[in-house]
Write a protein that binds this ligand. Structure first.
Ligand code: ADP
Ligand code: MG
Length: 242
């Protein structure tokens, strides 16, 4: 069962052709990893998946709904697609619990005790039960990113998109964030992850796609892509990053 179906996705910024015809399906429960050089369109692709960027051409279906239709209920769809960015983007003047409960309270109109209960259990899941009252500035980068993941999960999304979630972290904090993402993968979450963490990609990825210059150049099982890439472009990228 496909939860995301992308057909001939094209995205231009003015004259710049950033996505040049992407076809991509993501199955329910699948862990898809996207790799590729800087500027190849990975972030733009993720942002198109919840229409944070409006596609220039092509269509995207989410859970059977054509979200590229002008009539699509985008706020409703975005509730079902969680996103975690490279920069943690927490609300600086709100504490951890407030960061996590805000969208459920306001967007989902959840009642406060339920939102607090969800926040409590998510903080436990990401190993930050003792930081509920802390403010973002009082947390390390790794802790902030784990809060950002908990905040996205609080909306109970059907899919989680991760855009290089560990790239802005000091090396010693990468592991704790990947561990939380690994747990989520094992829980069965559908995940689309842009990352250069190749070991992680091999551990959790069902499939890897390699993008270059706005196109999917190659896709396959992690082991195949990493150990015997077919394309010379994939090979030369991997020798640079691995
Ligand atoms: P990646 O995530 O693979 O590094 P991006 O999707 O961020 O690539 O960017 C692909 C290209 O699109 C880059 O050349 C970038 O400068 C350009 N780009 C991205 N966002 C915008 C924007 N909002 N306006 C203009 N150009 C953009
Ligand atoms: Mg990017």
């Amino acid at each position: 069962m496909e939860i995301i179906k992308v057909r001939n996705l094209v995205k231009n910024f003015g004259e710049l052709e950033v996505l040049r015809g992407i076809d991509l399906d993501v199955a329910e429960g699948e862990k898809l990893v996207i790799i590729g050089p800087s500027g190849s369109g990975k972030s733009t692709l993720l942002r198109c998946l919840n229409i944070l960027e409006e596609p220039t051409e092509g269509s995207i279906e989410f859970a059977g709904i054509k979200i590229t239709d002008p009539q699509a209920d985008l706020p409703k769809i975005r509730e079902e697609i969680g996103m975690v960015f490279q920069s943690f983007n927490l609300f600086p003047h709100k504490n951890v619990v407030e960061n996590i409960t805000m969208a459920p309270l306001i967007v989902k109109k959840m009642d406060r005790p339920e939102a607090l209960e969800i926040a409590r259990s998510l903080l436990e899941k990401v190993g930050l039960s003792d930081k509920a009252e802390s403010f973002p500035a009082e947390l390390s980068g790794g802790q902030q990113q784990r809060v950002a993941i908990a905040r996205a999960l609080a909306m109970q999304p059907r899919v989680m998109l991760f855009d290089e979630p560990t790239s802005a972290l000091d090396p010693e904090m990468v592991g704790e964030v990947l561990e939380v993402m690994g747990d989520l993968a094992r829980d069965g979450m559908t995940m689309v992850v842009v990352t250069h963490e190749m070991k992680f990609a091999q551990e959790i990825g069902d499939r890897v796609i390699f993008m270059d210059e706005g196109l999917i150049v190659e896709e396959g099982k992690p082991r195949q892509i990493f150990t015997e890439p077919r394309s010379s472009r994939t090979r030369s990228f991997l020798t640079r990053v691995m």
